[in-house]
Design a protein around this ligand. Sequence first.
Ligand code: HEM
Length: 509
Amino acid sequence: LLVFSLVFYLVHVYHKRRDLFANIPPGPKPWPVVGNFGHLLIPSFIRRRFGQQQDSTDRNAMAVLTEQANTYGNVYSIFVGTQLMVVLNGYEVVKDALSNHPEVFSDRPDIPAITIMTKRKGIVFAPYGPVWRKQRKFCHSTLRKFGLGKLSLEPCILQGLATIKTELLQLNKESGADAAVDLAPLISNAVSNVICSLILGQRFNHEDREFRNLLDLMDRGLEICVNSSAVLINIFPLLYYWPFGVFKELRQVEGDITVFLKRIIAKHHETLDPDHPRDLVDIYLLEMLAQQAAGEQDSSFTEDYLFYIVGDLFIAGTDTTTNSVLWILLYMALHPDVQDKVQAEIDEVVGTHRVLSLTDKGTLPFTEATIMEVQRLTVAVPLAIPHMASETTEFRGYTIPKGTVIVPNLWSVHRDPTQWDDPDRFNPARFLDDEGNLLRKECFIPFGIGRRVCMGEQLAKMELFLQVTSLLQAFKFRLPEGTPPPSLRGRFGLTLAPCPYTVCVSPRR
Ligand code: HEM
């Protein structure tokens, strides 16, 4: 009877799944067990691994995914293992799903490696629902306070830039104008310091041991999660507890970050002054205490939740902005004519000596168009963060079963030939009208679209503007003589980083 029941149950499940999957979007035939992922991405992985010659036409994973749409249409299916994923391509489809059907497509999937670490709390990977909504609304409005007024992060960004400038000038003096410089650590330090000011209320000296330690831990944690055998946790979650190798190291790194952040939160609690909140942690703690005082028993505002939000902001706000600045400076070195034009505009409007400020935003259209054009072509978070269908739904003639992972391919939106002329060409002028004024284009969505749109968009735009304009006002960036330009395919982890590169930096005055 037991065997009969089991067989009956399995047949029933099989038929239910077959019926549910009868009308899913078309897609490449999956391989048994591994699904399509290996088939689509392994060829590019092998090329990268074995250092095959790469040039600017070399395709990355996003280009491979975008190409599939030519065969299967803008809504197609792939499988990772047995998990169905639907890839959305092109502006109309992505907008239709995320803006017109937000109630269905705004959830996040339960990815074992991430769930183990985030407990599905915080904002980035929290399920769509009332808790996420309240937390996001509160944090979003708090972030806005750091754009203007006495909590403004502008002085902090400018201070970071002053440090970068001093270090570049020093390097120039010591090693000459032809020395090749890796800009990544300088930019990363400055960006991380902005997040530290936002969350922890303090900037750190770049050499500070505690600061270096935190950045190293975050880097290592991300590296393990994305680029090591720890990804197997997503298939066999129990591997997380394996007492050897990267699994053990991952738990160690996670433990160290937890101790660091919990200590910071406890310190804030001890020194909290309700009349003078210093940073986001203070503002959150005050809200938490207010809700407790009001007797809200089931409030989600707790120190535990705050811990996951702080982690989210560090992860979401550092690599994204750092990589965007690095891409922009790389494009400037690759296109000296555009760099000259940007510098001429800054010289004319701001001058050669005055420190740039946020009030200059809106007065430098060509510079802003250039920043946007690099963001369009490079897309820092090219596949957004995975979404999930929270119920079975009909979408564009197909059935999308509940639990399907939805991948909004922002890369394809920014190269959608129905929206952009000659989409692969670098052309900042596409963001300008005939009078040279900045054009806002709806299909430009580097921060995503819909309910899950990036929460730090305003802060990121502020940082990109100040960093790029200030550095280009002060320095000229060019590729070292005789070295081939780096491949523009980038390195895809959680975000799309440029392949490591160096540039020669010379002061303009
Ligand atoms: C989510 C882009 C900087 C906080 C996202 C998403 C994208 C994105 C594409 C996913 C949207 C989706 O899932 O549909 C970027 C880019 C940045 C940047 C390109 C820099 C140039 C920042 C900064 C912060 C931040 C500075 C905070 C300090 C977040 C958060 C989410 C998010 C919290 C999750 C939102 C949610 O799930 O509700 N970002 N981001 N981001 N970003 Fe950003």
